[in-house]
Ligand binder design. Sequence first.
Ligand code: DSN
Length: 413
Amino acid sequence: MQDISLIQEDPSIAGIITREAERQENEIELIASENYTSLAVRTALGSILTNKYSEGYPAKRYYGGNAIIDEAEVLAIERAKELFSAEHVNVQALSGSPANAAVYMAFLEPGDKVLGLRLDHGGHLSHGHSVNFSGRLYNFVQYGINPETGVIDMEEVRKIALAEKPKMIVAGFSAYSREIDWAGFKAIADEVGAFTFADIAHIAGLIAGKQIANPVPIFDVVSTTTHKTLRGPRGAIIMCKEKFAKQVDRAVFPGMQGGPHDNVTAAKAVAFGEALKPEFQEYSRQIISNAQALSKALISKGYGVVSGGTDNHLLVLDLSVLNIGGKEAEQVLETVGISVSRSTIPNDPKPPLNPSGIRLGTPAVTTRGMKELEMEKIANFIDRALKGKDDVKVLNEIKTEVKCLCQEFPLSL
Ligand code: DSN
């Protein structure tokens, strides 16, 4: 529901927001990195806190008038500390890549060697891809996942680490569906004297919801976005051991950024408050159960799933059984009202723009209340749409069924 002033002031943008709200209401969101924020989060985000400049940190600002803003930032910090058992938290990072840039700036000098997972094996651009600042500023060497098992081979990681002696090891991924051996990464890093950096952007909500292991107590530094499984506003935080607090804070401000976005900081605090409630643990459990149900239903229809299943909120579907690439599958599913993102599979013979897979995630559908039964229905929609991609009648029928299912689980946006 929109404020009347926006409709009067800017009908063009108001109309776009209305149409996007209808799209979100009536379509199935399976993009693993998306979610639906609560009205409370959006209220903080759209608040007058956006009017303030607050360069610096609580009680150490470079602008006057920040006593009240300080309270919001301290609340966000305290709640994040509790949620992740963190010694120190910086809540000012604007988004995932800037947060990672600040982490590298805090721990490394340009040219230093870092070990991270390859993007086409499920890593992230900011973990050393050659077109990204990370790959251009630092000397990244990369590990992959075992193409036979679809799982990270820790012995292989150790071998590369021993041979390359990186200054930092990065763990944490964008398209990896298995539990991560945090202690194993830490042991390898200790053996070669490397810093440990976990990017938990995708799985932060599942960690906060106590469904999967938390690297924060054992790693040197951990970054996460706040808008994926964590269901907060778009943004990021950085958590680290107290002994690294100063260098991390200095890297964020004044190293990388100017004034923090105080409205976003307040919305982060609201989201962390929501994630501290017991219901969030049940939500996180259901996300994983839904991903496993979706994976099982698609495997039973003959599809391959990288690593054979999932321990978290996502799965990468291998489309090699059908004569369809990830790009076309993404487009076909969009026509029936299902959003997914194309994805490479390990050692993909196809190019990244039209890879062999699609990535599916369950955080958003779980927020709207869907459970295992609905995952079976969604698997059925996906299968029928991909197999009937050239039949407009079939696609139209599925689109209607998708809308009906969504209306059973309203978002009330
Ligand atoms: N773009 C995000 C994702 O979809 O995984 C990562 O930054």
